[in-house]
Design a protein around this ligand. Sequence first.
Ligand code: 3AM
Length: 178
Amino acid sequence: MIRLFAALSLPDEVCARLQSLQMGLDGWRLSPPQNFHITLAFFGEVSEAQATDLDAALSAVEGPGFDIWLDGVDVFGGGKPRLAYAAVRSDPALSHLRDKVRQAGRTAGLEIAAERYVPHVTLGRGGARADTRLTRWLEGNAAFLAGPVRAETFQLYRSDLGRAAPTYTEVARYALTP
Ligand code: 3AM
């Protein structure tokens, strides 16, 4: 079985800026910069046969390229923050692509849980309290802005969970229309 998800990648210069944002997230498990991505869909553990079907379905996904803007920072979990992220500005082309990628998962016979889409780049996880340091981090980085980043492709990644950060490996790449 392999653990798969589809995501958009980010150029090195944007990853470097995101890495600077991680300063101030003391006590968090920080994502290494090579792991920065915008998840489109999480497929979970799939068999080799399902992975082949998924690859075929994803190859059939069509959609226009679009500009990504990272805009501000936030946390999931509110009073018990569990994930700190850079927010991705909502965009109809991004939502549309996300829907098509999830549909491709269903075409491949995978169960895709219904959930609200809050596009984001994970910077760190867990282990922190909603304290003044976090408030300072949120306020200090509210004006963070990076873009435009042209999305010309999306990727299928394999995730291998380790004791530290997971390792993500690109296994396929799909083109959007220019
Ligand atoms: O870093 P983000 O949040 O974009 O949270 C996991 C990560 O996304 C998400 O898939 C991406 C690669 O692991 N993920 C992991 N397990 C998940 C699950 N059971 C999940 N998303 C939904 N359900």
